[in-house]
Design a protein around this ligand. Structure first.
Ligand code: ADP
Ligand code: MG
Length: 212
């Protein structure tokens, strides 16, 4: 089964074509790297996949659902970690994740367990009562990961999950991604080839808005 199908995707910012005819697909169960230099169009593509940005042309399906036709149903299939997670510094980790679970319509009765399990998987369970603003960048990143996990989606879309982390944190986040990839489909962007080699089974390479 195909988890992601991207067909001739085009995205423009004004007259600038940031993504110019990109096609690729990801099978359920794969861990795929979306590799390319800064400015290649990775984040733009992932934003469209995650339903946060409209395409100028082409088509995207998530688990068979067209994101333009039924954005809400498509979004329910995925957890998206943006490049800069919009975390609230004054909220506590557990409180933030409960709030996110509610937004993502996790049923009230399942919310507590959903949050505990996402915190456990992202290894922030020791920080439930800590304010997000007091966490290191590495741990804030993991809270972003817990957020992506909280509604138990079959697909994770992670935009540069190790950007800005120190070498220890990078090793930990990579190990975490490998573990998460065992029972989920993962598409992660990176500008570092060794990141793909460390965590992915294959790569889709993009440069200047086109696949190479
Ligand atoms: P990547 O994530 O691969 O670094 P992006 O998708 O962020 O690349 O950006 C692709 C291109 O689109 C870059 O040239 C960038 O400057 C441009 N771009 C990204 N976001 C916007 C925006 N909101 N408005 C105008 N141009 C943008
Ligand atoms: Mg980017």
């Amino acid at each position: 089964m195909k988890m992601i199908e991207v067909d001739n995707l085009r995205v423009s910012y004004g007259s600038f074509r940031a993504v110019d005819g990109v096609s690729f697909s990801v099978e359920a169960g794969e861990v795929v790297g979306f590799l390319g230099p800064n400015g290649a169009g990775k984040s733009t593509t992932l934003r469209v996949l995650a339903g946060f940005l409209g395409a100028s042309g082409g088509r995207v399906r998530i688990a068979g659902i067209d994101v333009a036709e039924d954005s809400q149903a498509a979004r329910a299939k995925l957890g998206y970690m943006p490049e800069m997670s919009p975390l609230y510094p004054e909220m506590r980790v557990g409180e933030y994740l409960r709030f996110r679970a509610e937004l993502k319509k996790v049923p009230r009765s399942a919310r507590k367990e959903a949050v505990s399990s996402a915190m456990r998987e992202a290894r922030v369970d020791d920080f439930e009562d800590v304010m997000i603003g007091h966490l290191s960048k590495g741990y804030r990143q993991r809270v972003g990961l817990a957020d992506a996990l909280v509604a138990s989606p079959p697909l994770l879309i992670l935009d540069e999950p190790t950007a800005g982390l120190d070498p220890n944190q990078i090793r930990e986040v990579r190990a975490l991604i490998q573990k998460l990839g065992k029972d989920r489909t993962v598409l992660l962007s990176t500008h570092i080839l060794s990141e793909v080699e460390a965590t992915c089974s294959r790569a889709v390479v993009i440069n200047r808005g086109r696949l190479v």
